[in-house]
Design a protein around this ligand. Structure first.
Ligand SMILES: Cc1cc2nc3c(=O)[nH]c(=O)nc-3n(C[C@H](O)[C@H](O)[C@H](O)COP(=O)(O)OP(=O)(O)OC[C@H]3O[C@@H](n4cnc5c(N)ncnc54)[C@H](O)[C@@H]3O)c2cc1C
Length: 492
C-alpha cells in the first residue's frame, strides 16, 4: 500500500483541486475518515485550481467582504466602490449567460450558498485580499465588474496551499501519484470503493460512506475533445492542468450515470498565440479586448468586442477566435487605452507596434488596404459619449457589422499595438448530472448511492460561463457532498 494509505475509509475523494479539497474538509468536519487521492505528484498538485484567481459570490457591500479579507487597509476601505451583488443578480446572470439552461435548483443552491461557503472557508483560516488583477481604477476609486472583488491570498496557488494545509491539519490522508481507474460497487449497485493505480500497482480501496468525483472535466484529453467537441479541438492549447483527462466522468458513465451540461461547447478564452501546449495558467490570458478591436488575418472584425463585461464574454470568445483562419486573431489597441491592459500583456509574445495603420498591416502580414478600411470604417462608426470601463457605458458604433456595443473608442492614437491571440480551452461544460445533495444521478434520475460529483466533473454550464462561478460551484457542492456522504446537510 502507498505509504500512509489504508485499505478503507469513510469517504474517498478523487482529485485535489478546490472542489475535492472542500469535499474532503467537509467530510472530515462531519467526523469521517477521509482519503484524498491525486493523480499528480505533490509538486504539480492543485489541478486547474492553482491557475485560478477569484470567486463569484453575493455581497451587500464592503461590510460583507471584511470578514473574508480582514487585512484590507483603512485607505483601501475608503477607496473601494462596491455596489451590492444580490442573489437575484447572480441567479439572473447565470440564467442569462447559459440561455436559461442551467439547472434552476442547483443554481439557487449555488447562489444562496456562495457567501456562506466563503465564510465557512474563512472560518477554517482561508484569507482573501482585494482583486487587483481585475480592478478598474477611476481616479482614486477602485471598481470591479459585478460579482467579483477579492481573491484568496496568493491567488489560485495560495488557495491550493491553504486548503491542503487545512485538510492535512484536520487529518485527511493525501495520496499523490494515485490515479482512480474504476469505481467499485456492491451487489445493490451502491458505490463501495475505488480501484486505483499506484506506483506499486493496482489496489482496491473501500469507501464505507461515499466516493466523491472531483477530478475535473475532459479538457486535457485530445481523444475526448475530438469525440465530443469536434474536429480541430484535439489540437487546441490547454490553459490548465494536463491531468484532467475525463476519467471521473468515464468511470461513472460506465455505471449508468446521467450527463448534463453542454458536451459540444467548452469554456475557451483568448490566449497568447505563442502560449505553450498546456499548463500556461493566467499569464497567457488576453482579456482586455473590450478596450480595442479584434481583427482576423483577413483584416476583418468578427465579433462585438463590447457586447458585455469581459467576465460574461471571455469564455465564449475563445471559441470564436478558433473558428478564424489559422485559429489566429489580433487584438488591436492604441495609446489611449494602453494603460487599461492587464499586466499579463507584459508576458509572452510582444505586440507588433506601428506608427501607422499601413505599417501595422505590414507587420502583421495582413492586406494593407483591407486593414486600413476596416479600422477607418470602425472609427467612422464610433458614436460620441463618455467612455467608462466601470460600467456598460453604451458608447457604441452605428452602421457597421459586427457592432461594438460598449467602450467603442476610435483607434487613432499611435503607436498602435497588435497582440496575436488564439483560443485556449479552459474546461469542459459537459459532465455528470447531480441533485442538490451533489449525488450523481442515473439515467432514471435516481441517485447512484454513495457517488458524488463536484467541480468540473459535474456538467452544469451551457453556451457560456459567468466568470469566477466555477470555483464557487466547487466550494458549494464540495462542501455539500462531504457533509451528505457523512449523513449531514449543510446549514448556511
Ligand atoms: C487558467 C485558468 C484560470 C481559471 N480561473 C478561474 C477563476 O479565477 N475563477 C473560477 O471560478 N474559475 C477559474 N477557472 C476554472 C477553475 O479552474 C475551476 O472552476 C476550478 O478550479 C475547478 O476545480 P476542480 O476541483 O473541479 O478541478 P481541478 O482544480 O482541476 O482539480 C481536479 C484534480 O483532479 C485530479 N485528477 C484528474 N483525474 C484524476 C484521477 N483519475 N485520479 C486522481 N486524480 C485525478 C487532477 O490532477 C486535478 O488535480 C480557471 C481555470 C483555468 C484553467
Amino acid at each position: 500500500m502507498t505509504p500512509g494509505m489504508d485499505s478503507q475509509y469513510d469517504v474517498i475523494v478523487i482529485g485535489g483541486g478546490n472542489s475535492g479539497l472542500c469535499a474532503a474538509l467537509s467530510a472530515r468536519e462531519h467526523g469521517g475518515s477521509v482519503l484524498l487521492i491525486e493523480k499528480a505528484p505533490r509538486e504539480d498538485r492543485g489541478g486547474n485550481t492553482k491557475y485560478t484567481g477569484f470567486f463569484r459570490f453575493t455581497y451587500n457591500g464592503l461590510a460583507d467582504i471584511l470578514p473574508l479579507a480582514p487585512d484590507i487597509t483603512e485607505d483601501e476601505r475608503r477607496r473601494v466602490e462596491l455596489p451590492p451583488y444580490s442573489a437575484d443578480m447572480y441567479y439572473n446572470d447565470i440564467m442569462r449567460i447559459t440561455g436559461g439552461r442551467a439547472d434552476p435548483e442547483l443554481t439557487t443552491i449555488l447562489v444562496n450558498s456562495s457567501r456562506p461557503a466563503l465564510n465557512w472557508l474563512a472560518k477554517w483560516g482561508l484569507k482573501s485580499e482585494l482583486l487587483y488583477d481585475m480592478v478598474i481604477r477611476l481616479g482614486e476609486k477602485l471598481y470591479w465588474e459585478p460579482g467579483v472583488c477579492i481573491r484568496p491570498k496568493g491567488g489560485g496557488k495560495g488557495l491550493v496551499d491553504a486548503l491542503f494545509s487545512i485538510v492535512e491539519a484536520e487529518g485527511v490522508t493525501i495520496a499523490y501519484e494515485v490515479t482512480a481507474r474504476q469505481l467499485l460497487c456492491d451487489n445493490t449497485g451502491r458505490i463501495s470503493g475505488v480501484l486505483v493505480k499506484t506506483k506499486d500497482g493496482l489496489k482496491e480501496i473501500a469507501a464505507r460512506k461515499g466516493v466523491v468525483l472531483a477530478c475535473g472535466g475532459f479538457e486535457a484529453s485530445p481523444e475526448m475533445r475530438a469525440k465530443y467537441l469536434g474536429a480541430g479541438w484535439d489540437i487546441v492549447k490547454v490553459r490548465g492542468t494536463k491531468y484532467n483527462t475525463g476519467e471521473g466522468i468515464t468511470m461513472a458513465l460506465e455505471l449508468g450515470a446521467k450527463t448534463s451540461g453542454e458536451w459540444t461547447a467548452p469554456h475557451a478564452t483568448q490566449v497568447d498565440a505563442g502560449a505553450p501546449e498546456h499548463d500556461h495558467g493566467s499569464e497567457t490570458f488576453r482579456e482586455s479586448y473590450q478596450n480595442g478591436i479584434l481583427l482576423n488575418t483577413n483584416g476583418d472584425r468578427f465579433l462585438d468586442e463590447g457586447e458585455d463585461f469581459s467576465l460574461y464574454t471571455y469564455a465564449k470568445f475563445g471559441r470564436i477566435v478558433l473558428r478564424q483562419p489559422n485559429a489566429l486573431a489580433y487584438q488591436i489597441y492604441d495609446q489611449k487605452v494602453k494603460s487599461l491592459l492587464t499586466s499579463d500583456y507584459n508576458i509572452g509574445t510582444p505586440p507588433v507596434v506601428a506608427d501607422t495603420l499601413e505599417e501595422l498591416a505590414e507587420g502583421l502580414g495582413i492586406d494593407s488596404t483591407k486593414l486600413v478600411k476596416t479600422v477607418t470604417d470602425f472609427n467612422k462608426a464610433v458614436q460620441e459619449g463618455e467612455f467608462s470601463p466601470a460600467k456598460l457605458d453604451g458608447k457604441k458604433t452605428v452602421g457597421i457589422e459586427p457592432p461594438k456595443s460598449n467602450w467603442a473608442l476610435r483607434i487613432d492614437a499611435p503607436p498602435f499595438l497588435a497582440y496575436p491571440v488564439t483560443g485556449g480551452i479552459t474546461f469542459t461544460f459537459g459532465g455528470l448530472a447531480i441533485n442538490g445533495n451533489a449525488q450523481v444521478l442515473d439515467t432514471t434520475d435516481n441517485p447512484i448511492e454513495g457517488l458524488y460529483a463536484v467541480g468540473e466533473t459535474h456538467g452544469y454550464y451551457y453556451h457560456n460561463y459567468p466568470g469566477a462561478s466555477g470555483l464557487m460551484r466547487g466550494s458549494v457542492f464540495g462542501r455539500i457532498a462531504g457533509a451528505h456522504a457523512m449523513g449531514h446537510q449543510v446549514i448556511n
